[in-house]
Design a protein around this ligand. Structure first.
Ligand SMILES: N[C@@H](CCC(=O)N[C@@H](CS)C(=O)NCC(=O)O)C(=O)O
Length: 325
């Protein structure tokens, strides 16, 4: 941590102390842009105490069209900082790897992924937030192949704003290999799949596997409103959960059909491919949310347990922090 970061932290603490006792402050409005999950993750970071201090227990979320039309959280972060009175004390929203130095925390540690890495060690740095959602299949593939990698879980509030502008497309996950940054979860999976022979046995099977992944990705996108609802303690949570269940029930019969049509116990006839990790991770999450679906879609549940029982994954799964998604 640099001196300037230290004074930022002290200044932020001072501001927080000033807020204490000011119970009559007007309610805050939060302006969000188009990436609700990221915003929700940011909100979820605030503990009860902080929400009370910042008058966020009744959060009002308003859609906010960002000036530069960028699909970005930064405008939201700026509004958040401004509305909470923390803007003057917060760290600048740009990242300079030479000046900024972020400490290790319990979730992993920040490392400048733009530094050239030693190809001989084939050093990999994987960055996402403190959740599984879009990130987990990649982690599972890397653990399955017993690939050494640094699993960096960025703090949305303090680390992400500084890192965002140096990512290729402004979002996570990013996998950096030998200094080259790869982005977008599906292409990263596909890259690893080719590297580790998990893509499918020939061009036709690769296309089949990719199509299943794209289909699964549609279901994951349909999950976002519910995740946001939970993290923001939305009043229409039950409605959102119902919609999510409807989506799961729309997609799962197709996935079951695909599994049954396969000549192996996996989605591809030739055996295990990357899409098995991608689907299984989500099945696990959805089955926990809707336990009654377990008995209705046993093929998928068995497929998920098959993947989660792979010996190479056990050490990781045993120590993986519990997260909501
Ligand atoms: N299609 C992209 C989506 C990337 C994305 O939107 N990631 C979110 C987290 S799930 C993010 O980085 N949000 C922070 C932001 O946009 O500032 C992928 O699959 O990787």
């Amino acid at each position: 941590m640099t001196m300037s970061d230290k004074s930022t932290v002290d200044g932020t603490k001072r501001k927080i102390e000033e807020f204490e006792g000011e119970d009559q402050m007007p309610p805050k409005k939060l302006y969000v842009d188009k990436e609700p999950l990221a915003v929700a993750t940011l909100l979820a970071k605030l503990n009860e105490n902080e929400r009370r201090r910042f008058q966020l227990s009744n959060i009002v979320i308003e859609p906010f069209e960002v000036d530069d039309k960028e699909n970005s959280d930064l405008p939201f972060v700026r509004h958040f900082q401004h509305n909470t009175g923390l803007d003057s004390d917060m760290a600048p929203l740009s990242f300079n790897p030479e000046e900024d130095d972020i400490d290790d925390d319990e979730y992993g540690h920040y490392e400048d992924p733009q530094q050239p890495l030693d190809p001989a060690q084939e050093k990999m740095v994987y960055e996402y937030f403190k959740s599984r959602f879009r990130a987990e299949a990649i982690r599972l593939i890397l653990h399955y192949k017993e690939q050494k990698f640094k699993d960096v879980k960025l703090d949305m509030m303090t680390e992400w704003p500084k890192r965002k502008s140096t990512t290729p497309l402004g979002g996570l996950p990013v996998l950096t290999i030998d200094g080259v940054q790869l982005s977008q979860s599906l292409p990263i999976c596909q890259f690893l799949a080719r590297k580790y022979n998990l893509a499918g046995k020939d061009e036709l099977e690769i296309a089949h596997v990719n199509a299943i992944a794209d289909f699964q990705n549609d279901l994951m996108n349909a999950t976002v409103p519910y995740i946001v609802g939970v993290l923001t303690e939305s009043k229409d949570l039950e409605e959102r959960k119902k919609t999510l269940k409807e989506n799961v029930e729309k997609y799962w019969p197709k996935l079951v059909q695909l599994l049954r049509a396969s000549k192996s116990a996996y989605f591809a006839d030739s055996g295990l491919t990357w899409v098995d990790f991608f689907v299984a991770e989500y099945t696990d999450t959805a089955a926990k949310l809707f336990p009654s679906l377990g008995s209705k879609y046993p093929d998928l549940i068995q497929h998920s347990s098959r993947i989660h029982s792979i010996p190479q994954l056990q050490k990781y799964l045993d120590t993986r922090p519990e997260t909501f998604v």
